[in-house]
Design a protein around this ligand. Structure first.
Ligand SMILES: C=C(O[C@@H]1C=C(C(=O)O)C=C[C@H]1O)C(=O)O
Length: 271
């Protein structure tokens, strides 16, 4: 089977900021995919941590009036406050990071780090965190969190924040994937962008063989990282989260949303 094309962008023409791959040296399709692979580990670990707690539905009730003066769920309050703090120490200078509550975020108290700008400025207008939030709270959590309430709301919400940020970072990484794909083949993408043809763009950027590999790999990672480990056996078939949840998560939501980000970005790439 022919392998999907890899990028030929010269290392010096663009340098990716220190991303999840830890590498600031190269910006090409291989390095971008390496980062996506490393981010799988983060997502698998963060969901395994969340699975320590039951559903704790109270946290997600948007009609609760638990916090005086705040209308929304406890998790909305928690994430909004966490983002205010993280914005003050520069989290959103990083083009890989996208806030869930971008309205009224304070400026950083620290000077900006000089992240290499490899994206077209249109990237700044793309934020699909509302979709990611709804997917996480309403579709994903019921698939792996046990029913029940143990009252550990603060710890539950800390875990939720970690999961939401890991998913958001991975899905918005589609911006970098799209940029590198465009630079590799502007002659293919250009006409579809000028025609604003979503379907043609989706076709160009989709590699089904890569997607199949990704699904198999995350399922395998979940079975290795989430296995109950004992001293007297070589492995067990008890898992902290059913590994098939991860191939489902990637096949149904993570990869389609990453591709949505890619299409949205490419549509504006020549503005
Ligand atoms: C990210 C890429 O683009 C698409 C999306 C994928 C994903 O989100 O993992 C995988 C393959 C492609 O269909 C890629 O080509 O690596």
């Amino acid at each position: 089977m022919a392998s999907p094309p890899s990028s030929t962008v010269k290392p010096d023409s663009a340098r990716l900021q220190n991303g999840a791959s830890g590498s600031a040296e190269r910006f090409n399709l291989d390095s971008v995919r390496e980062s996506l692979i490393r981010q799988e580990d983060t997502i698998v670990f963060s969901l395994i941590e969340r699975a320590k707690f039951p559903r704790n539905l109270k946290v997600y009730d948007e009609s609760s009036r638990e916090i005086p003066g705040f209308s929304g769920s406890l998790l909305q309050f928690f994430v909004e406050e966490a983002e205010i703090l993280q914005s003050k120490v520069g989290r959103y200078y990083n083009p890989e990071e996208h806030p869930f509550f971008p309205e009224n975020l304070p400026l950083s108290l620290l000077p900006p780090y000089n992240y290499e700008q490899v994206l077209h400025p249109a990237a700044a207008s793309i934020n699909i965190n509302k979709k990611i939030w709804n997917m996480y709270v309403y579709d994903l959590l019921p698939l792996f969190a046990a029913k029940g309430d143990d009252g550990n709301y603060a710890s539950t919400m800390s875990s939720d924040l970690t999961c939401l940020q890991a998913l958001s970072r991975r899905i918005h990484y589609g911006l970098f994937v799209a940029e590198v794909k465009y630079r590799d083949a502007p002659q293919d993408y250009g006409p579809a962008i000028r025609a604003q043809d979503r379907d043609a763009l989706m076709k160009l950027l989709t590699f089904e063989s890569v997607e199949e590999m990704v699904k198999r790999r995350v399922e395998k990672k979940a079975s290795v990282f989430g296995q109950e480990v004992g001293l007297n056996d070589s492995g067990s078939d008890k898992y902290k989260i059913d590994p098939s949840v991860f191939s489902h998560l990637y096949g149904e939501w993570v990869m389609p949303l990453t591709k949505l980000v890619q299409v949205e970005y490419l549509l504006r790439r020549l503005d």
